[in-house]
Design a protein around this ligand. Sequence first.
Ligand SMILES: NC(=O)c1ccc[n+]([C@@H]2O[C@H](COP(=O)([O-])OP(=O)(O)OC[C@H]3O[C@@H](n4cnc5c(N)ncnc54)[C@H](OP(=O)(O)O)[C@@H]3O)[C@@H](O)[C@H]2O)c1
Length: 257
Amino acid sequence: MKLGFIGVGKIACAVVKGLCTSSMHNLTVKLSPRNEENSKELEKKFPNVDRLETNQLVLDQSAIIFLAVRPNASKDILRTLKFSVDHVVISLIPFLQLSDLAKAVEPANRISRAVPLPTVVTHNCPIPVLNSNETVTEILGYIGQPLLVDDENQLHALWTLTGFIAPFYRLLGELSDWATSNGVRKTIANQYVADMFQSLSLSAQKIRPIDFNELVRHATGPNGMNEQAGREVSKKGAHEAYTTAADNLLKRFLQDL
Ligand SMILES: NC(=O)c1ccc[n+]([C@@H]2O[C@H](COP(=O)([O-])OP(=O)(O)OC[C@H]3O[C@@H](n4cnc5c(N)ncnc54)[C@H](OP(=O)(O)O)[C@@H]3O)[C@@H](O)[C@H]2O)c1
């Protein structure tokens, strides 16, 4: 498959590394010249990856085009490019809605929007996809677990959740720091926190259907530690802070670029 990338930043690098280390056969990757350092590094690392001189050359030599530039620059960049009707487009750009995207990549008409995360380098990442097709689902399946959504509202809601990666790590960091300040060695505290949350997520993942309220009930005994911590955290409004932040992030998907 002939894949091309417009924009070679953090997420494109992760996707390319994930694909090139996957079991995918007959893969060729053409990269836009920017970011120069990233595209040169990928070209050096993988024999089937080439950095081209212009964005248009990437389109001309590829069948499937990943769009991985920042939202604010996206419309200007796309305006300079000539797509063909045969191109399959996979946009990773958050605030560029399908209707605007469709106009920007005309006459291409097989257009998907997807949300990979940098964890695709390990081939373990849920990837919400809107408007997928067989080709797109197959490609994304090499680097993660495609999750096909029915409409753009669902995609935006799931995309909103990706704004909680930093708060999640912050929570882990705070709990680890707290343990360290109570005498636990830093390496042990970090390991324990990372492993504890990983094992909790893993067991939640295995339940069908997943029911977080049930998991809370199961972990909350009368006068138990989880009951006390849960009550104190709720009283401080911490949980509400998360849903309010999510509401505010979601609004960004509805504004014009
Ligand atoms: N990071 C994530 O986890 C993630 C996940 C899903 C979706 N996304 C979305 O994917 C897009 C890229 O994210 P990112 O984190 O990879 O950002 P990034 O690291 O800033 O990458 C953006 C890339 O676009 C390049 N660029 C700028 N102008 C260009 C042009 N005219 N032609 C070609 N490339 C150009 C930049 O090159 P220079 O460095 O030379 O300016 C940079 O390499 C964003 O829309 C982001 O919201 C990101």
